[in-house]
Write a protein that binds this ligand. Structure first.
Ligand code: ADP
Length: 175
């Protein structure tokens, strides 16, 4: 069990080693959290992403954070929700695991995730949060794992689900 913290914030503002981007498979930027990250990180991020040549759903790639306070950005591509029978849960779980693994390989001990796939990709919020939290709580090697919710609705869902884990949410004063 590690420290899982829930905040309601713009992920681009977090002072943390790694933030995770819910990217699309081109890695060339888009709307939502992806757009916000590219805007704040600056044009060098697009250049770095272009060199990566895309990323399939469930996998992850890493770039520097450029102008962000975060040192690294892990870009992961969530599944588009198509009813849940086309492997969406496994792909979403893989996003969290692969992102954590890449961050660990960089020696990072703190990481923040947005609610991957729950925006334009349409993954049901509660089902997605259950997967997100189970992977965050299972993550090893981190001092801080942050669930960065953009809306109060999302933060409420995460907080409710969190109480089901031993000890619930930890509080380090970050929020
Ligand atoms: P996806 O395509 O994976 O669904 P979206 O960016 O559309 O990605 O949405 C994923 C989640 O990110 C949604 O919960 C959305 O509210 C949230 N989000 C959007 N902008 C930000 C931001 N600046 N910081 C944190 N979360 C954000």
């Amino acid at each position: 069990m590690n420290n899982v913290i829930i905040v309601q914030q713009d992920i681009t503002q977090l002072r943390i080693e790694v933030i995770v981007n819910a990217a699309n498979s081109t890695l060339l930027g888009g709307g939502g959290v992806d757009g916000a990250i590219h805007r704040r990180a600056g044009p060098s991020l697009l250049e770095a992403c272009r060199a990566l040549g895309g990323c399939p759903a469930g996998e992850a790639r890493i770039t520097p954070g450029f102008n962000l306070p975060a040192k690294w950005i892990v870009h992961t591509v969530g599944p588009v929700w198509r009813g849940g029978t086309l492997g969406e849960p496994g792909l979403l779980r893989a996003c969290y695991r692969n992102a954590l693994q890449l961050a660990r390989e960089q020696g990072a001990t703190s990481i923040a995730f947005p609610a991957i796939s729950t925006g334009v990709y349409g993954y049901p919020k509660i089902a997605a949060a259950e997967i997100a939290l189970s992977e965050m709580y299972a993550a090893w090697g981190f001092e801080r794992v942050v669930a960065c919710c953009f809306s109060k609705e999302d933060a409420d869902i995460y907080r409710r689900l969190c109480s089901g884990y031993a000890g619930g949410e930890s509080d380090n004063g970050m929020a």
